[in-house]
Write a protein that binds this ligand. Sequence first.
Ligand code: ATP
Length: 235
Amino acid sequence: MPLLEIQNLVVRYGSALVLDRVSLAIENDECVAVIGPNGAGKTTLLRSISALKDWEGKMTFQGHDLTGVTSSQTVALGIVQAPEGRHLFPQLSVRENLELGAFLAKDKAERDTNYEYVLDLFPRLGERLRQMAGTLSGGEQQMLCVGRALMASPRILLLDEPSFGLAPLVKEAIATAVRQIMAKGTTILLVEQDAHMAFELARRVYVLEEGHITISGTSKELSEDPSIRSSYLGL
Ligand code: ATP
């Protein structure tokens, strides 16, 4: 049984159909990426899984039907999103932002373990615990966004464009952190416009175009596909 299974997901904004019968599945411990152009519906897909957007179709997580489940219930189930555009609390410190990520963590020991884990993963955050989040660099804000999501003990981490707007070296630091998170056994659903990053990190990739999955396969297969190479990899 896949960890997360999505069948015929349909999402609308008013009368606009944004996701049209999207189906995908993620196995335990896999990293799967969704790539696609601007406006294809990638963020909407993640927001639907984390119950921030209404949807139709069928979604199950660990066999549990997600119909009618609220966003705080999805977090309690272990579905945690690190959103695009960071969505941090800019006037709060790095430490306070991390603590807010743990709002559902059951016990102090778990919170402390997660806190140590995040600071090990991102030592730069440890050096800036009292700094206001709004004054961090773009790369540091992205680290904080991922770190805050990890504070909620995800079973599956939904990552929305973690490399967006970052310089190559900072992108590489984020990619290294994502690999470490995978090595810890966290399943990852990665949404990326940077297809190079997606192919580097994910075992399998789905291409989402205008609300449809147009092609999917292993990273190796897709990175050898001539249309993917010209449309997404600039080759
Ligand atoms: P990007 O890479 O540019 O973030 P995306 O693939 O993540 O794009 P979405 O953000 O999911 O795409 O948007 C898909 C479509 O839904 C777009 O046409 C967008 O304009 C529309 N859309 C997104 N949010 C809303 C909203 N709150 N109200 C109305 N339409 C919306």
